[in-house]
Design a protein around this ligand. Structure first.
Ligand SMILES: Cc1cc2nc3c(=O)[nH]c(=O)nc-3n(C[C@H](O)[C@H](O)[C@H](O)COP(=O)(O)OP(=O)(O)OC[C@H]3O[C@@H](n4cnc5c(N)ncnc54)[C@H](O)[C@@H]3O)c2cc1C
Length: 506
């Protein structure tokens, strides 16, 4: 690649001001402008093509960075537990760049992982090979009457605002919406709503670059094999570059009801949750757990209903028949978009106040069948101390989801006949920022114990959290789908270079 082409590529990254300061930008330019190829014999980047073994890197619309600060930044995730220094970082200027570099990496057996926002917590998106920074591809292509088409580096928050400008919304969101579309579609995207499935259940079409560098457009009717294995498929068979997602009419406002219970009153919070789920009158209901005094964990039942301006819901009717009177619920009224972004404000505050990004986050996440969820959570939560949550920023959740709405085969849910499955999260953070190997080890042990107990009760792992998982664990996780996953991996990623972080095939 000519020096001129590289410089114009570097110029493009100045449009991402939070990533590169001017000083670092110049340093980056100096460090990386010399890379012209890769030497497969030494497995190192080369600054000249003098040696016959050096393979020239393809011409790129974007940039390939090898400077240490960029590699270090992409060598860790939000968990701050696992570190893996990539050899290089691609900021693609086009989908073609993704194709070219994946083909190049396949040829030279360089592992590749895509980075959305890097908000996984246990190295799921890390590699010592090439990181593709998806955030460089973040265009909103179109907002139609019932769907939106976006690059996979777009954040859900951005998709929400683009849709809202037309009075529309994606049907559901994760609690925090500063996550990339590609990142949550690769894991699942569990919402607060209980009747609509996950984000992956609302995808119409995907563009995917597979492990041989080829670009595919897939949907339920076209290349279904690939479409299915990309949704909740942990990036094992390709890189999602673009997604078309359902939109529905948006209500203008949201009303959130909050009811608090001591954790000694487990039966009461579950009974009330079930009343709300069975009545199907709210748009969402879930349990939040936290330690407001830094010591004692409490349950908070959250219910939300969306409505149009001037048609305020009848609180007494919606909360009738619960163990506490409707008047005891705290009511938070907001615009719909404020509700969508409610946890973003919390996280932003934690970032400023507690250096939240640099806290260790040994998160624990399992999905339990309806038959055992209440028993499991009621047994486990009282054994958790405030240290397990990590006040002030540690929280836990129970998100119920109707089983019949979960349609994607590679999103692993517990077998069984229960109407609902329940995601149980303990979003632990360390008491202080910075390394703390003893805390990490203690919490990884705890997570293993809690996972083993959940698995014995029919639970599956929601693989966003921090858990050391063996090959046997993965085979158990995929169950009867394992041979099918192997087949699709062999077909779409024959060199087995994509997304080694979870260790599924190692
Ligand atoms: C504050 C907070 C709240 C959260 N709340 C929820 C919640 O309510 N519900 C829920 O389900 N989850 C929740 N999560 C978890 C979140 O959905 C996952 O961690 C998600 O993967 C993060 O998105 P990301 O853009 O950071 O992805 P990354 O961490 O960058 O990537 C996740 C994985 O997908 C791969 N990947 C990323 N992009 C692509 C792509 N384009 N193509 C193929 N593979 C790709 C990566 O290599 C990695 O293995 C939350 C996370 C945080 C930090």
């Amino acid at each position: 690649m000519s020096r001129k082409a590289r410089c114009s590529g570097f110029g493009a990254i100045t449009s991402v001001p939070d990533v590169v300061t001017r000083r670092r930008f110049l340093g980056t330019l100096g460090a990386s402008a010399l890379i012209v190829g890769f030497d497969p014999t030494t497995r190192a980047w080369a600054t000249s093509t003098g040696s016959r073994s050096v393979q020239r890197i393809p011409h790129l619309d974007g940039v390939l960075l090898t400077d240490l600060p960029t590699r270090q930044a992409d060598g860790r995730d939000l968990g701050r537990i696992v570190r893996r220094l990539p050899r290089a970082v691609l900021r693609p200027g086009s989908v073609r760049d993704v194709q070219k570099m994946i083909a190049f990496c396949r040829e030279h057996r360089i592992p590749v992982a895509t980075r959305g926002q890097g908000h996984s917590t246990h190295g799921q998106g890390l590699t010592d090979g090439l990181i593709i920074e998806n955030r460089s591809l973040a265009a909103i292509h179109s907002v139609g009457a019932d769907s939106i088409s976006v690059d996979s580096g777009v954040l859900w928050r951005e998709a929400a605002h683009a849709a809202a400008a037309r009075g529309l919304t994606p049907p559901l969101f994760t609690t925090y919406v500063g996550l990339s579309v590609g990142g949550t579609l690769s894991v699942g995207g569990f919402p607060a709503q209980n009747e609509l499935g996950l984000q992956i259940d609302h995808v119409r079409e995907l563009d995917v670059v597979t492990g041989d560098g080829r670009l595919h457009r897939c949907s339920p009717d076209r290349e279904r094999d690939l479409f299915e294995v990309m949704l909740g498929g942990l990036g094992q068979c390709g890189v999602i570059t673009r997604a078309t997602i359902d939109l529905v009419p948006a209500r203008g406002r949201a009303r959130n009801y909050l009811l608090q219970y001591p954790t000694t009153d487990t039966a009461r919070v579950w009974a009330d949750l079930h009343v709300l789920l069975e009545r199907r009158e709210l748009d969402g209901a879930y349990i939040l757990m936290f330690a407001p005094d830094g010591k004692t964990v409490v349950y908070q039942l959250n219910g939300v209903v969306f409505y149009d301006d001037g048609r305020a819901p009848d609180d007494g009717r919606l909360l009738r028949g619960l163990s506490a009177p409707a008047s005891s619920a705290a009511v938070v009224d907001s615009t719909y978009l404020e509700w969508v972004e409610r946890y973003d404000r919390v996280i932003d505050g934690w970032r400023r106040q507690y250096a939240w990004d640099d806290l260790l986050k040994p998160w624990f996440d399992v999905i339990l069948p309806g038959e055992t969820a209440q028993g499991y959570v009621s047994e486990v939560v009282p054994t958790l101390t405030a240290r397990d949550f990590g006040p002030p920023t540690g929280i836990g959740f129970v998100f119920p989801q109707r089983r019949s709405k979960l349609t994607r085969p590679f999103f692993r849910i517990p077998p069984g006949n229960s109407e609902f499955v329940y995601l149980f999260d303990v979003l632990t953070s360390s008491p202080a920022p910075g390394p703390d190997p003893a805390f990490a080890a203690e919490m990884l042990d705890r997570n293993r114990r809690l996972y083993d107990k959940a698995r014995a009760l029919g639970g599956t792992r929601y693989p966003i959290g921090s858990l050391d998982f063996t090959g046997d664990d993965w085979r158990a996780q995929y169950g009867e789908r394992w041979p099918d996953l192997l087949r699709r991996k062999a077909r779409y990623d024959p060199g087995r270079i994509l997304t080694p972080g979870p260790g599924i095939f190692s």
